[in-house]
Each structure stands twice: as structure tokens, then as C-alpha cells.
Ligand binder design. Sequence first.
Ligand code: SAM
Ligand code: SF4
Length: 436
Amino acid sequence: MRRSVFIKTFGCQMNAVDSARMLSLLSAAEYRSAPSLEEADLVLLNTCSIREKADQKIFSELGKLRRWKQRREGRLVGVGGCLAQQAGETLRERAPHVDIVFGTHNIARLPELVRKARERNPSVAVEMGGDTGHWEVAPYLPDGTSSAMVTIMQGCDNFCAYCIVPLVRGPEVSRPAADILGETRTLADRGVREVVLLGQNVNSYGKKEREIPFHELLRRISAIEGIARIRFITSHPRDLDERTIGLFSEIGALCPHVHLPLQSGSDRVLSAMGRGYTRSEYLSKVDALRSARPGIRFSSDFIVGFPGETEEDFLATLDVMEAVRFDSSFSFRFSPRPGTRAADMGNPVDPGISGERLRRLQSLQDRHSRQQLSGMAGKTVEVLVEGESARGDGRLCGRTPCNKMVNFVPAGGEGPLRNILVTSAGAHSLVGEERG
Ligand code: SAM
Ligand code: SF4
């Protein structure tokens, strides 16, 4: 009888792709994907540890899985991803019902670890650099997928003062360009029209390995037949160079939307964070991108309440938000992470104050997001169809080149790219009708 696995993914797109890799590996080892936790024989939590809250969420999930496991003989629990990498052995001490702990560099070993667990041998596999087969495992891709993520690098060398990623994902390693291009061609042959290139700092792609530079990688991907749209995350504002910016005026397939995490608008805070750019350097890159591609839109990440952040620093962040008018952003309260420089900086911001700053920042962002969306009513946009709308009301959904989600009434059009008239705007998405 074929066993089944249920994978629950926390955190960023890196984890989403890694989960698809896990599913590929386990499909080859005779596991199918379980439609629900209750039906599964094996559950894998692919974890995140970027903020303390993420850790807490996972331990509470593990509490529930202890009872899940007791309900049926032979059930197994595995924990992978960043928290597994960070906690290692100690994870099994806190949660002894976990059968497999596998770190970010041990995904390719999953079939072997699962087999051992079935023979009642629990494992903790968190060695860094041991995952030689990582890139070779193609992420599972359901038929009919129009947009796919392609990992171009792993890890990070930046060590921003607040960030645990370099500690749990290891040093930056770029994937050979030939493999990235090969995977993209295979995706295009399967009907994928959009690729999202993934890395913690895509602009430093290939520098250590003396691979082709990022802008050349983009150029070669744009030449692959069938690829109509290219996106990339995450761009580091320090490393986004003129050649890459210039491509926005040359390559139509490069989507007119860039996620460019600012973190803070204060030069003093940016320097304490070790980000390597100033507010004015950031704004010059935004201007250069706007000149290269008029109408280009931006999104960002922000941290409020970084150690020592004053009201004046915070107001500088709101000021940059007013200047750029981001379409959307992810914003967080600073969370001290073990082993990072910022965890020992002292000078903490009172939680009441950082909470209030977060609310102010998010309400400004909401205002900008709504204004941007409502300005699109009455316009016709090209949408790449991703599937049926979540409401199951016969509508389809997809994204505009600027990454706006549109739910629309189809009118019998064919193919994944459709022209849609935007009829109204919500807080985070658009509503439309297909043009006949
Ligand atoms: N590599 C990307 C970059 O440099 O922008 C971001 C990677 S991180 C997974 C995503 C976001 O989490 C960061 O941009 C930052 O805003 C946030 N973040 C990271 N560490 C944090 C911390 N200790 N406390 C609060 N937010 C944090
Ligand atoms: Fe973390 Fe900075 Fe690396 Fe992004 S660039 S993953 S924020 S250390």
C-alpha cells in the first residue's frame, strides 16, 4: 500500500520550493501527497526561524502532532528547515516524538531518513554542506502550473545584524547557470510562462563562483522560448547594479515590479543593521529603475524597533515610504535572534513603542496600497492565469505584470495570458472581467 505525506510549510519562498523538492523525493520513494493531516502517515514541518514568533508557532504545532501520532500506530513526524537547522539535537529533547530532524542542507537525504525512521531509528541530520544532491532534485510541479520558482542560489554571506539566515542556511552558494537554464527550459516545455528566480541576494549571483553575472543570467533566461515573464526575489539594494537596472528598458519579459527591501529609512539605523546602503543611494536606484521602465512598481520589507531606533529614525522610514509609495510591504517588529549581532546590542525599544510604530507604518502602507489599486479601475491589464479563484465561484485568478492579484469572470478566452478589464479594487486585490 502506498503511504502518504502531508507537508506543512512555514516562512518564505525558499521553504516553499524546498517543500516541493521534498515532495518530489518522497513521490519517488512511493509516498503520495495526503489531502489532509488526518489521512497522512508521515507529516513534515518545513520550518522558519526568522523571528521568535515563528519558533513559538512551530513548537505549538509539534504539541498537536504528539496527539496526532498517538492516534494511529506507525505515524511519523519529521521537522526540516531553518528551526530544525538551528535547534538540531535540542529539538528532539524538547519534542521526543519527532522521528526525523533534517537541516537545510540535508533535504536530499530525506528518503533514507524516512526509511530509517520506519525501522524505528530516529535521525538528526543537520550537517552543513553535506547536501550534494540538492540542486538535482527538481521541485514537484503540478500539471498546468503557469508560474514556477527556480532557486538560483542558497545561503547568504551578508550577516545583516538582525538576521539568522546566514547561520541557518549557510554561506552563499550559486547554482551553475547551465542547470538553471536547463530547469527553466524544462519548465517552459511543460507550459510554465513565468519564472521567479529565488535567492537571498540575487544580485550577487555567481560572483564567488565566477559564474556569469546576474544580468547575463536574466538575458539568457529571457531568450528561452515560452518564458513570457521573469521576476526575481530578493534584490539587495546595495548590490542591484546598473547593468541589471538597464535590462528593464531592454527586456520586455522582465516584470515591472521589484521587491527591494529597505528595512529602515534612517541612515543611522541602516548602518547599525550593516545593510551597506544609505537612504539616498536607495532612492537613486528607485529613480534609475523608474527611468529604465516608466510605471515600474516597488514592494519592500521593514523592521521597526531595531535597537536604538528613535522617533526621528522611524519618521525617516515613513518619509521614504511617502517618497516611493510602495505597492505593498512586509513589516515586522525587531525580534532578537540567537547568534546575531543585534541580539547583543542592548538599547532595546520599548515593546509598546515598537508596536505603535508598526501600526502607524502599516496604516500608511494600507493607504498607499489602496490608492494604487483603486487607480487601476477601468484599465485593461494582462493577467497570467494561475487557477480558479479561492472562493470557488467560477471565477479565475491570476496576476498582472506588476504582481497584483486579479479575480475575474472568464469569457471563454484561451491560454494562460488574458486581457482583463479591471472593474473594482479591494484592499489587496482587483476584480475584473475578461475582454471578449
Ligand atoms: N534576503 C532578504 C533581504 O535581504 O531583504 C530578506 C530575507 S528575510 C527571510 C525576510 C525579512 O525578514 C527581512 O527582509 C526582514 O525585514 C525580516 N527579518 C529578518 N530578521 C528579522 C528579525 N530578527 N526581526 C524582525 N524581522 C526580521
Ligand atoms: Fe538576512 Fe541580510 Fe542575508 Fe537578507 S541579505 S538573508 S536580511 S543577512
